[in-house]
Every structure is written in C-alpha cells, then in structure tokens.
Design a protein around this ligand. Structure first.
Ligand code: GLA
Ligand code: CA
Length: 695
C-alpha cells in the first residue's frame, strides 16, 4: 500500500518544521511554520486607559468663529453652552500626540462601497470605509484601546459616561451623557437607547449593520430597562459579564435618532419592515447623528459630503468644541483607488490592506517629499475560506447545495481541501516578500491571545488530499478531471461548489481565483459567484453560498471584540453557520466545544483562565477546520502628512478599523498647511430631510 505521506517527514526535517501533533487523523499536522519577521514600523506608545478622556464641565467653551458669527449671533443656533451636555467628553491634552488643535480643512476619504441609505439600525450600509463610524456613536468605545497596554483594561466610556455593577454582578447600571443633543438639536435620552434595543436588537425582523447585534450577542436572557431619562439598567444571567461592555461598542450598540426612526417603524406605523429599512435612502440629507459630522450632500457614484455637527458633545481641554476638521469627503470610487489617491495626495487616508498595492505604495511613500505617511502594523489582516455548515435549511438549499453542505460537514472532506492548498503560493500570488504568512485559520497571529503551539496546521499535501477525497467516495467516474458525487447523491454528477466572493476587492478576487485553480488540481470543480459588496453581504447573511472567501472580522483580530462571533453561540452569531428562522443551529460536536469555550471565556474574569481557554479554542478550531485559513499579513495606515494628532502606531485593524482608532474628531491641520478642499465652507447641516446644508 502506498503511503500518501511518505515524503512528508523528510520534508519537515528539511524545512525545520516540528511535528507536534501525531493524531488519529490521516494527515500529519504540525504547528504552522514560523512566519517571516515583520516588525511593525509604527511603534505604539502605550498609555493608561484613564489618560485618554474624562467627562467634566469646563469654565468656557468655544467653536469656530464662523459658527458663532453666522449661526449663534443671528439666533439660528442656541448658545454653545446650551448645545453641549452638562459634562462634555473632554479629550486630555496629554494623550494628544500634537496637543490641542485649530479649526478648519477637510478630511478626504475614498471608498469602494456604496450607500444603501442611512438606516444603520435596520442593517443598511452607508458604504463602509468609516462613513458609518463617523456618523454613529456607541455606548462604549474600543478602537482607541490599541494603545492601552493593560490586561485588565475595559472599554472606554462614550454615550454611556459611567457604569456600576450590582454587588452580585447581575445588574449593570449605565449613566448616559446628560444634556447631549442629536445634530438637529433634539435631546439624546434613554428613549433612543430603549428604541434601539426593543425595536432593533430584540425585534427579530430588524438586524443592525454588521449583522452581529442579535440579542445573544449580549448574553441569553439579558434584559435592558429604562430607569430615567439618563439611566438604563442591564440584567444578565451570569455575574459580572464584563465582556459585554465590548459588545456595547461599535458596531453593536450605536443607536439612531428615535425621534426620526420610530415613526417609520412597523410597530408604530403602517410600514412593512422593508419600508422601514428603506425609509431613509441615500438622497435623504441631514440625517440626525450623534457623530462629529452629518451628511449634507450625496451624488451617486461620485461623492458624499459631511459637515460638522454643531451639537457635538466632545471638546478639548481648552473647551474647544470638536471636531477640528469642518468637512469630510467620501469619494465613491474603488478600494484600490483609495490606496492610489492616498499615496498621491489627492486623498487623505487609506487602510493599505490589499497586498497587490503594497510595493507601489511603499515605493511612493519612501520619497521624502511624499505627501502621505505610511506605517505598517501587526499581522492582523487574514483571509479564510468559509464553508456553509447549515444542513437544516439556512438559505433554503436545493439538492446540490444540500449535498455540498453535507460534504462541508465532513471532517475528511475539510482535511482534503485544506491539505490541497499551497499557502506559500497563495501568499506569493498576492505579493512577494516578508508580508504574507502561512495561516491555517483561527485567531490571528498578531493578537495577544495567539499561541502558535495550539495552532494545528495541515501542510500542503496534494496526493494525500486526493486520497482523502477517494476515501469518502468522491471519484471522477466520467473521466473529465473532476470528482463526481457517488451514484445516488445529486445524480452522481460532478461535485460543483459555488464560491461567493466580493468583487470590489482585488485581493478577494485573486484569492478566490487562486482557489479555483488549486481545487481543480485536487479534482474539485469550484465556480465563482462574484458579487459587489452589498449584494455579496445579502447572499452571505441570507445563507445563499456553498463556500465563501472572506476577510477576517474583528473577533479573530482582537478576540475580545465581537467575541460571540467566534462560534455559533446564537442562531445568528457565526459567519458560516447560522440557523434558519425558528430553528436552532445544527451544530457538530466540535462546534459545541467551541461554543462552550467561548461562553466560558465570556463569563471568566481570570486572565490566565481566559488565555488558556483561547488556546483550547484555537486547537479545536484549527484541528477541526471550522474555517480554512488562506493567508495573513500586516496592513499599513496611509495618512496625509498635514494631519496632526495621528496616534503613533495606529493599527489599521484591531478592535475596529483605523477610521475609529485614529479618533478623527481630534485630528487637526495647522493653519499654514490647510488645503482648499471644502465644498460647503461656513455651512452647517440643515433640517432632517432637507436638501442640503444651511448657510
Ligand atoms: C472597508 C474597508 C476597510 C475599512 C472599513 C471600515 O471594509 O475595506 O479598510 O475602511 O471599510 O468600515
Ligand atoms: Ca467528473
């Protein structure tokens, strides 16, 4: 009998790979090879959590002169101190890299997404790239925590300015910022919070943007009640589940304006849920926000413009109302163009995340006179092949699709697929050099919870993979090079797998096309379902896919943010295994183990225990191939040199994207460096629904 792995041992010895897990599986696994060293260039300056911000009243407040002259003195706006909360959020100067700033200028973003509308709460995208992050404020905030080097840290206060736990740890009382207003001047209160919770999160027909804010994300049986206008109280089944403070940050607890949304919600109107979702199309201007800028102009496939919110509730220590920057642009283009424009200086900001652009961007940025700074961070961008594990109806599969789901649920099949992927070639196909690393799947190697020795890697072994397919009865019975289903399953036809991919990213497309080729060598026929971002998301969340290629989200890059998405802890928390309506997730035994580990992680207050649980999680995940890792690499933040207050070492991705981590409301541009990019100088957001800004 031929042993499919006869060359494996010698190969391992030759490459210095250690064999740590000689298990019962047909494939011999190991820890992944040590990745090429890639020191993050932007060294993070670590600070104490409490050094970033506080809430307090200041003796005086100020705003741009043109706002006081044109709007306040003419009675178009109430006095500034009446627009600010009793105790605004104050950013401490000591934590500002360049200190307090001056007003003016424009931050020019470029995005590859397109807005569906402004109903974030009903799951509409605003086009990504940080648009929604600029509009929405959430109960807590975590993105800036990348600079806090404390294991015992917790999320920063934001709309919730403080909180305390009951003695038994089952109740959490949150104090909301008092006297703050939406950008149209209407008070922000516990009503907004309760509306978001009752008619968004726990209404099964509404699912806020990001898809993760289902009730389970806050723990089974969790309730929220209003105590008074500025106090809400959470009740949890478990004691001190501090992990949920992270769930209350972006993207899961960012309420919208109840006074605008509620009248359109089916519970309070004749609207259907679909009509509610679409009640605020992109053309609807001046949607009230709690964020630093509100949308005032939209031209399809061209541009979205945001202007400063005169009711913004954050200030600097001098009492200057934030933001410093008056206008934000979102050029509606492509993601690749975002990199090109940022390095060229016609855009101001990019998360350099598509390796195909690394070399050109690096060359350009190396020039002393380059308009933008570029700094790489840790290896936190990863891609996985995800298989649809639902065999009980998510996405209403037809016969072929159901047969694929059964295959996806077969460990031997997953082992064959992962072993047929040459990950070195995958990485090199994106960019040559020390960037990409072999990634078996699971927690990103750039996070503190990562443990290489708990990571199970199935090395490239095409012959072994073919043998494994044959073992489960997949053979090419008609000699066309692709394996067929056994007679009796799906008509004995060729196994055909449809791979869902987002065609607005070069990297996603390259990886998917590469997979088609590598799977063909294995004898598996894979065809692409290549959709633009919004359609892709709809297909994904609707369960209409066999496989998908997908960039990792924050649970794998941070572990503590969106933790519930690490496993099917609820019917809608997993990315590749959700339940059809009214049913439970049909979990495989190893998924139950994962769920148990994640739930224990969420409930635990003990750092050593949490670290140990994540090691076990990583092992179960990678051993059983919950997803199939493809590659991982670092990303770089590109930002125009005229901006001050960019925190050193800001990663493009960790608890959230860099658009949040850089704290855009604190960015400023020195007067002599300011550009002339403003399209609506000295104008402010108008009334909700009005055409544009006001003079
Ligand atoms: C997209 C981009 C990311 C980031 C996020 C922000 O996903 O690819 O770089 O800008 O939007 O939501
Ligand atoms: Ca065939």
């Amino acid at each position: 009998m031929q042993h499919p792995h006869r060359n494996f041992l010698s190969a391992c010895l030759a490459f210095g790979v250690s064999l740590i897990a000689l298990n019962a599986h047909a494939f011999q696994t190991s820890a992944p090879p040590e990745p090429a060293k890639f020191p993050a260039e932007g060294k993070i300056k670590y600070v104490e959590r409490d050094s970033i911000l506080e809430f307090k009243a200041l003796p005086n407040y100020s705003e741009p002169d043109w706002v006081s002259e044109k709007f306040e003195k003419t009675g178009k706006l109430p006095p500034l101190k009446d627009r600010l909360p009793d105790e605004p959020l104050v950013y401490k100067t000591g934590n500002m890299p360049d200190g307090t700033g001056v007003y003016g200028d424009t931050l020019r973003h470029v995005v590859g997404g397109r807005p569906e509308g402004w109903n974030y709460m009903a799951g509409q995208t605003q086009g990504w790239g940080g648009i929604d992050i600029a509009l929405s404020e959430c109960l807590t905030r975590t993105a800036p925590l990348f600079q806090v080097d404390a294991k015992d840290t917790e999320p920063l206060p934001n709309l919730a300015k403080s909180w305390e736990w009951s003695q038994d740890g089952h109740k959490l009382t949150m104090h909301l910022i008092k006297g703050a207003k939406w950008s149209d001047g209407v008070p922000f209160t516990a009503e907004d919070i309760m509306f978001y919770w009752e008619d968004g999160v726990i209404d099964p027909n509404v699912s806020p943007l990001g898809g993760g804010a289902s009730p389970e994300a806050f723990g089974e049986g969790t309730t929220l009640t209003k105590i008074d206008d500025y106090t809400v109280e959470w009740t949890f089944k478990s004691a001190f589940p501090k992990q949920y403070l992270y769930t209350m940050a972006y993207p899961n607890f960012c309420p919208g304006p109840a006074h605008i949304l509620k009248p359109q919600h089916p519970k309070y109107s004749k609207n259907t849920y679909n009509q509610f979702k679409n009640a605020f199309p992109p053309e609807y201007m001046n949607m009230p926000v709690m964020g630093a800028w509100a949308p005032v102009s939209y031209r399809p496939d061209d541009l979205i413009v945001l202007r400063r919110n005169p009711y913004y509730w954050k200030v600097d220590e001098k009492g200057q109302q934030l933001p410093y920057v008056d206008e934000i642009h979102y050029k509606l283009s492509t993601w690749a163009d975002r990199d090109v424009q940022a390095v060229a200086g016609s855009g101001d900001f990019s998360n350099l995340e598509q390796p195909e652009n690394f070399v050109a961007a690096l060359k350009r940025a190396a020039d002393e006179n380059a308009p933008a700074r570029l700094a790489f961070g840790p290896r936190l961008i990863g891609y996985n092949l995800q298989m649809n594990f639902s065999a009980n109806g998510w996405g209403s599969p037809d016969e072929r699709e159901q047969a694929i789901r059964e295959l996806n649920r077969n460990q031997d099949f997953r082992e064959a697929v992962t072993s047929a992927i040459d990950r070195k070639a995958v990485g090199d196909s994106l960019v040559k050099g020390p960037f990409t690393a072999i990634y078996p799947g699971g927690i990103s190697s750039g996070t503190s919870f990562y443990d290489r020795n708990s990571t199970v890697y199935y090395p490239y072994d095409l012959e072994g993979a073919k043998a494994a397919l044959a073992k489960i009865g997949l053979k090419d019975t008609d000699g066309d090079g692709f394996v067929n289903f056994p007679a009796g399953t799906a008509g004995g036809k060729n196994v055909k797998i449809v791979l869902l991919v987002n065609n607005t990213y070069t990297t996603d497309k390259s990886l998917a096309e590469g997979l088609v080729g590598q799977m063909a060598k294995l004898g598996l026929r894979v065809v692409l379902n290549s959709l633009d971002g919004n359609q892709r998301d709809a297909a994904h969340y609707g369960g209409r896919f066999d496989w998908l290629v997908r960039r990792n989200t924050t649970e794998l890059a941070s572990v503590v943010q969106n933790t519930e998405q690490l496993a099917p802890v609820g019917p809608r928390t997993s990315w590749n295994h959700r339940a059809p309506e009214g049913k439970q997730v049909d979990m495989m035994p190893f998924e139950k183990e994962m769920v148990d580990l994640v739930n224990r992680f969420i409930a635990s207050q003990d750092n050593a225990e949490r670290a140990a649980l994540m090691k076990q999680y990583q092992k179960v995940y990678t051993q059983n191939l919950y997803t199939i890792g493809l590659t991982e690499y670092p990303g770089a933040l590109i930002i125009n040199k005229r901006f001050s207050n960019v925190p050193q070492g800001t990663p493009i991705f960790m608890f959230n994207w860099a658009e949040d981590a850089v704290m855009r409301e604190r960015l400023w541009v020195a007067t002599n460096k300011q550009g002339k990019y403003e399209l609506f100088p000295q104008q402010l957001p108008g009334k909700p629904g009005d055409k544009g800004p006001i003079n």
